[in-house]
Design a protein around this ligand. Structure first.
Ligand code: 5RP
Length: 223
């Protein structure tokens, strides 16, 4: 079964968590694109969506789903998104598509986070996938040096500008043993908009697609 078929299977399994007549949060990436296609096909009627990227907003619009401005909404019942890596605590690395900051904002407003992923995304420890960090352009060299000092190998994402007008550093070679502490540490560096660790706001539900079917995990709180 190809990765795309697994992503589609996870996205279709997420339909059971879409509340009728609600405004939902929608992330970005190829798994989310399958989710939007399933939403468009399904009989379930939502009131609309808050999009975590311009690309997602465009796709939702084409599917006839109303887009809402996050500033007009107090809370979203649920947020749907993919991940680049996810561990057993449902902590993630995100931002492979460069939308990490808006994804983190929309996820923060959501009561629950449903992550849809193919089985290749599950890891014992975060860090094999290069950690994306959105940075203010003038701070990028400084932040790269700070990350080198922490054992990482920063690679600027060439020719890429985020929806917020910033740039991305992809940090290779990290082994992230405490995602919450590392997220907080990196986010304190001046010029960092946010890093792609979702430790403070992990997923609540993971739908992990295998060739044999979609497995569902629910987050247990850290002890
Ligand atoms: C985009 C993201 C995506 O969720 C992540 O990159 C996974 O993408 P895909 O579903 O294409 O594998 O964080 O910023």
């Amino acid at each position: 079964m190809s990765d795309d078929n697994l992503k589609r299977a996870a996205a279709e399994a997420a339909m059971q968590f879409v509340p009728e007549a609600a405004i939902i949060g929608v992330g970005s990436g190829s798994t989310v694109n399958f989710f939007i296609a399933a939403l468009a096909r399904g009989r379930l009627r939502i009131k609309g969506a808050v999009a975590a990227s311009n690309a997602t907003a465009e796709l939702l619009g084409k599917a006839g789903i109303a887009i809402h401005d996050l500033n007009t909404i107090r809370q979203l019942p649920v947020y749907f998104d993919g991940a680049d890596e996810i561990n057993g605590q449902l902590e993630m690395i995100k931002g492979g598509g460069g939308s990490l900051t808006r994804e983190k904002i929309v996820a923060a407003v959501a009561g629950s986070f449903v992550c849809m992923a193919d089985e290749s995304k599950m890891v014992a420890q975060l860090g094999r996938f290069p950690l994306p960090i959105e940075v203010i352009p003038m701070a990028s060299r400084y932040i790269a040096r700070e990350l080198e000092g922490r054992g990482g190998r920063p690679v600027p994402r060439e020719g890429f500008v985020t929806d917020n007008g910033n740039v991305i550093l992809d940090i290779h070679g990290l082994r992230i043993s405490d995602p919450v502490a590392f997220e907080e540490e990196i986010n304190q560096i001046p010029g960092v908009v946010t890093c792609g660790i979702f430790g403070r706001r992990p997923a609540d539900i993971l739908l992990l697609a295998h060739p044999s079917g979609v497995e569902e995990f629910t987050r247990r709180d850290r002890t």
